[in-house]
Write a protein that binds this ligand. Structure first.
Ligand code: MG
Length: 375
């Protein structure tokens, strides 16, 4: 039961390489299935979200993060009559281009590529599904639908947008993506805001005292303590986080319903032309959500124990990049083959960046240990 403004197979802008329609699935189910079978998806298991993978088995990884995003996004999609298969495909693919070691890894790689067009993880996610996954006989990449690719490319610099053709157009013309893409973007934020509170408390880097003044947390925590004064602390936290997610998701669904109804949109093309996103919180919840985000940035992501680890990560990424640039013979043979077909330093840098961005945390550490033993 899709709403008229949901993405549908029929209204799809299609795939880059035309294919016959799938027999027993929708086009977006096929996208989702291709993503799950990709190597990049499996690598997410060993890539950092906030905590380096080996620090503890319970912390989120990019893989469990992506699954949580998909869960939240699908619930919202169903409530709003949007396309759940497309929503899930975008959610599972949204971080495929992430480097090892989270944002520090990406910043380091971006710095390495300063003279060669830089590195954006969003654009890299698109590159993974468009080019880097080599699994199918008839086309490069996964040949996903326009709508899934549109959702993966959340942000993009204007320079890169110009080179992307139809997909880059919306950044130049300042139009919107479909509603499924809009909602995954917010589901991503809901997932990490909440699971980072959980991981932050579990790791001891955040304390309850610090969180008590934060409106989204306090509103639910006080209520849980009042109603269930005798449950163990860990359970109090889980119950609080469960309610925090529920609160923002409910606000998002109700407010988006209102906005969609008031907008008069009739189909996905109207959604794209609408001057602003239609999937949005009420202003009060938007402000509370920004407060929580700021809190996490200042107290968790910038925590001395996280940044110290990340300093190490930056060094690994930089030294790997420099070593491969200096001596391409150190690369695995399939990357050397790719290099033989290229000549400029820019192309070489891009191929090396693809290799490094694809690494898991532990693979990057092993490669570094192989090239720089004992450092
Ligand atoms: Mg994410």
């Amino acid at each position: 039961m899709l709403a008229p403004y949901a993405a549908t197979d029929k209204a799809s802008r299609g795939r880059r390489y035309p294919e016959a329609a799938p027999a027993n699935r929708s086009e977006y189910q096929r996208d989702r299935d291709r993503i799950i079978h990709s190597a990049a998806f499996r690598r997410l298991e060993y890539k950092t979200q906030v905590f380096i993978n080996h620090e503890g088995d319970l912390f989120r990884t990019r893989l469990t993060h992506s699954i949580e995003v998909a869960q939240i996004a699908r619930s919202i999609a169903r409530a709003l009559g949007l396309n759940e298969d497309l929503t899930e495909a975008i959610a599972l693919a949204h971080d495929l281009g992430h480097t090892p070691f989270g944002h520090s890894g990406q910043d380091a790689l971006n710095e390495c590529l300063r003279d060669y067009g830089g590195f954006e993880h969003n654009l890299q996610s698109l590159r993974v599904v468009d080019v880097l996954e080599e699994r199918y006989a008839e086309f490069p990449g996964l040949n996903l639908t326009f709508e899934t690719r549109e959702g993966i490319l959340k942000h993009c610099s204007l320079k890169n947008a110009r080179e992307l053709g139809e997909l880059g157009k919306r950044f130049l013309e300042k139009t919107q993506p479909g509603l499924e893409a809009q909602l995954v973007n917010i589901a991503d934020e809901i997932a990490y805001n909440n699971h980072d509170v959980d991981d932050g408390l579990r790791s001891g880097l955040l304390t309850l005292e610090q969180l008590k003044p934060i409106a989204l947390f306090a509103g639910q925590y006080d209520e849980v303590v009042r109603r269930y004064p005798d449950i163990p602390p860990r359970r109090t936290i889980y119950e609080t986080i469960r309610r925090m997610i529920n609160q923002v998701v409910t606000d998002l669904i109700e407010n988006s319903w209102r906005r969609i109804a008031q907008s008069g949109i009739k189909d996905i093309e109207d959604v794209r032309r609408h001057p602003e996103p239609l999937i949005a919180y009420t202003p009060e919840v938007a402000e509370k959500s920004r407060e929580l985000k700021r809190f996490l940035r200042q107290n968790l992501y910038a925590h001395e124990r996280v940044t110290r680890m990340m300093g190490e990560a930056v060094k690994i990424v930089r030294e790997l990049f420099e070593a491969f640039m200096r001596e391409p013979g150190l690369l695995p043979s399939q990357y050397q083959d790719k290099l033989r077909q290229q000549n400029g330093a820019g192309e070489r840098a891009r191929i090396i960046a693809d290799y490094i961005a694809g690494m898991t945390d532990r693979y990057a550490m092993r490669e570094h240990e192989r090239l720089f033993p004992g450092t």
